[in-house]
Design a binder for this molecule. Sequence first.
Ligand code: ADP
Ligand code: ADP
Ligand code: MG
Length: 505
Amino acid sequence: MQSHRIQKVLVANRGEIALRIIRTCEEMGIRTVAVYSEADRTALHVRRASEAYEIGPPAPLESYLAMDKIIQVAKAAKCDAVHPGYGFLSESPDFARRVEKSGLLFIGPTARSIRALGDKLRARDIVSRAGVPVVPGSTEPIRDLSHARQIAAEFGYPVLLKAVGGGGGRGMRIVKEEKELGQALREATAETRSAFGDPRVYIEKYLRHPRHIEVQILGDSYDNVIHLGERECSIQRRFQKMIEESPSTFIDDVLRAEIGSAAVRAAKASRYRSAGTVEFLVDEDKKYYFLEVNTRIQVEHPVTEMRTGLDIVEEQLRIASGESIRWKQEEISPRGHSIECRIYAEDADEGFLPSVGKIAYLRPAQGNGIRIDSALEMGTEITSYYDALISKVVSWGIDRAQAISRMDRALREYLIAGIKTTIPFCLYVINHKAFRNGEYDTGFVQEFSKRNHQTTAADDGRLIAAISGVLVAGEAKEAPILTGGSQIKDGWSGWKTKRIEQEYH
Ligand code: ADP
Ligand code: ADP
Ligand code: MG
């Protein structure tokens, strides 16, 4: 493959990740082209790109998922490459193929590896042939209920029904006993069909209290693969990550090295190119099992950047332009500790229900060891068209204690008014004893949300909006009244109220 200096990149995404990609391009002297929907006319990524083109109505199918329009813009604007970010078209082998067929570089793996690894059954087959342990489960899609019964009995309940083409935590059903299997299979199949256009589901043994530990990898076009260390992502809700950290407190250096080399083997077996993530579950006995490969930049990649000093988007761009990886494995030496809190526009009090509205007031966190990736500004409209992830707060510290204190300080400093966000929830988690002791697993959020179910929360959103109304307009239209928080000591609603009191009283 010949080296080709990339001069202009189309960013086929929106929000914080579009902005994050634009920033690196700018640092590398690469021009950028944004595409956007009608809903994003005034968005920051649109204004920060060198050029921007409106491509359609807000619905993703007509804009951010409209392959033809995006490729057309890339060609017309004389781009030489397309970066898909995460979500949207990032894991579409068709898109990758069409981009490359149009004579553009796709900043990611080959269409072939995206297709192979996007199919969870094929991915499990590829990596297990490379000697990597996979979560016990079926090797083919479920044909019907009796087939499901037979497989489930073989692995033993509880089992997990999973979408072969799944992602984003969708299409999964836990089945505790045989009598639940029929309904769960119907539901999983229906959800899988509507979410991914592919009704195939398969069965995995449902591991109890596992930890989600993943490895960031980089591969180039010459079959070189290195890894950049692990991230622990066990703080999840609905099988989706909320807080990630590196290093994991759960594994020692021996297991760390083993999982790292298993990830490299998995990547080599699929001739992986670009940045990617090999996900594992680690059980209570510290046995590790391959889960899946995400063939794209990951939401939580900044955690790895903070520890290694590398810019993963820059590496993606260099690899796509035909360079080989610049480092040997032994030159990668992650340092200190890093944590990421995902800030979603959601109401944690209402089962993480999406919250929409205008950002009435915004005060970002700053200071030593803090990085915020977000595309928010005052006045930004949060709609229900797109993913609810609006911002990521990332901390770095020389050790875990410092990374936590900095995160704690930053989350208190960060004010977003006008919508509900998961800031109070993240504050609750990082101050929880189980998190502080590093003793948590993928069930953490569910377990603690259950306990807090009956709390009567102070209305954080309206409250901050009222306060910000005072701050912004400079007059007290409505006095910021503090209502009582939770009666439950370890409830996060109580936490929230305390936080606001500290801030304003
Ligand atoms: P990560 O492992 O990078 O944290 P997530 O599972 O949280 O990945 O997904 C990252 C983003 O991509 C989220 O915005 C999520 O909604 C979206 N996403 C993930 N998989 C899919 C998919 N198969 N189809 C559509 N969107 C997806
Ligand atoms: P997705 O493609 O939606 O990201 P994954 O296979 O990566 O799906 O699983 C997402 C999350 O679901 C994991 O991080 C874990 O919490 C949970 N999970 C997946 N498979 C299992 C399993 N076999 N046992 C227990 N939990 C699982
Ligand atoms: Mg996953």
